[in-house]
Design a protein around this ligand. Structure first.
Ligand SMILES: Nc1ncnc2c1ncn2[C@@H]1O[C@H](COP(=O)(O)OP(=O)(O)OP(=O)(O)O)[C@@H](O)[C@H]1O
Length: 427
């Protein structure tokens, strides 16, 4: 039966492992994330319910289980359903019925994305749209809070248009206007002091591939005019140069800002807005797609463990619960940093709640001052927390941004807004 199942799964395009004993399956289930397990109740070395119970006692998050039972085992199968198994099927069974059950549990890959960006309906929808976007030349605007995975989505789109072509990303918010112009369009030797040789800008580097302009909302207005011209004419001129150079790029822009509001405020050109925003992909914050949190966490844990050649640690039920309940203000970037730290500190087998959230609470010293507004109070908490984190990282911005789970730029912005300057605090 195993052989015919394996043959049929190959035909269906399912990737699968066939373990011939309960012990082999146990080992594999401890090491790999499966989307689904199909197990006979009677195995050569143990029973399916012993296998299932064993995994439950190890407090792992289990994939859905479908049990195959003979008529005499139906009581066991029903008991397993009560213990959390997904379904059972009785022998002799129709293979088509089993395939239907599998499709009902594991969404078919081509209908709504593979789930590599997340398994929530919204992320599957975005993933399912990518092949259509890849087939058109339309400019795509990806919006969402910092760390939600905007660049990841841009890369996924790029992969569909030819992974061998260049993918170049540039952060438009991190550079001053003159540096940005040189970065985007390149410069000729001698164009300015320090221009000792001719350099291609990102438009030329991305020729034939994808150019991601990140934080496009932070681009100065005067640069927006130059960008618009380059996009309209499909040509750039290097700083200090005169010759127009044709460029063929797929443009993807990303921002955490609401660009319509920036247009209304006069901070973003309306004509550029329409040019870059032929299609908008809105990525919701992680807290609004909580069904993505655990799968992404497990994927990240596997990735982190893989980098050091170890099997991924599991999450204890309390840790799983907390990870789902936490709001992740820094989104996937914060989740990734948290898991990296927790992986380092764990015993390699499981990550508990304490290890996961060992961050100190904001020091709310003394009595609460009820005189100010809630905003003032929250700013004060945020300020304390950031200063504390900066102290912990000897004021190294990158280290602190990583520990807070926000981008370096975001940290700079917060420091500016909250007037945090090294040495300004009495302590
Ligand atoms: N679906 C995902 N699965 C696993 N890791 C992800 C996923 N999406 C994003 N990440 C990881 O989360 C981190 C942040 O993602 P990314 O840089 O794409 O976010 P962003 O929205 O572009 O952030 P920012 O606005 O700050 O530039 C990266 O390390 C990325 O690899």
């Amino acid at each position: 039966m195993g052989e015919s199942l394996a043959d049929r799964f190959d035909l269906e395009g399912f990737s699968h492992d066939w373990h011939r004993t309960g012990a082999a399956a146990l080992t594999a289930l401890r090491l790999r994330d499966y989307a689904l397990v199909i197990s006979d109740i009677r195995l050569p070395d143990m029973t399916g319910d012993v296998l299932f119970e064993q995994l439950l006692t190890e407090q792992r998050s289990l994939p859905p289980f479908i049990f195959i039972t003979g008529h005499g085992d139906i009581d066991t199968a029903v008991r397993l359903l009560k213990r959390g198994a997904q379904d059972y099927i009785t022998k002799p069974f129709d293979l088509d019925a089993l395939i239907d059950k599998i499709h009902g549990i594991v969404a078919p890959e081509d209908a709504s994305g593979t789930g590599s960006l997340g398994c929530s309906p919204v992320m599957r929808q975005i993933e399912a749209m990518l092949p259509r976007l890849a087939a058109s030349a339309a400019s795509v605007l990806i919006t969402g809070e910092s760390g939600v995975g905007k660049e990841r989505v841009a890369q996924a789109l790029h992969q569909l248009t030819g992974a061998d072509k260049p993918f170049i990303a540039v952060n438009c918010g991190a550079l001053t206007e003159s540096l940005l112009e040189a970065e985007l369009f390149g410069y000729e030797k001698g164009a300015f002091t320090g221009a000792v040789r001719t350099k291609k800008g990102v438009f030329e580097q991305a020729h034939g591939g994808t150019l991601l302009l990140d934080e496009i909302g932070d681009m100065p207005l005067s640069m927006q005019v130059k960008l618009l011209r380059a996009l309209q004419e499909r040509c750039i001129v290097r700083v200090g140069g005169e010759t127009p150079i044709p460029v063929d790029i797929r443009l993807v822009c990303a921002t955490h800002q609401v660009l319509q509001e920036a247009v209304i405020r006069g901070d973003f050109r309306e004509d550029l807005y329409y040019r870059i925003n032929v299609v908008e992909l809105r990525i919701p914050p992680l807290r609004e797609r909580s069904e993505d949190i655990l799968p992404i966490a497990q994927h990240l844990l596997a990735e982190i463990a893989d980098a050091s050649g170890k099997p991924p640690p599991g999450l204890t039920p309390a840790a799983e619960h907390a990870i789902k309940a936490y709001r992740w203000p820094g989104n996937i970037r914060e989740l990734k940093n948290t898991l990296e730290r927790a992986s380092l500190m764990s015993d390699g087998r499981s990550i508990s709640h304490d290890i996961l959230f060992d961050r100190p609470a904001p020091p709310l010293s003394g009595q609460l001052d009820m005189a100010g507004s809630l905003r003032d109070y929250l700013n004060e908490c945020e300020r304390d927390f950031i200063v504390h984190a900066l102290d912990g990282c000897q004021w190294q911005i990158q280290c602190c941004a990583d520990s807070l789970g926000i981008s370096r730029k975001n940290l700079w912005e917060k420091m500016r807004k909250l007037e945090i300057v090294k040495g300004s605090d009495a302590d």
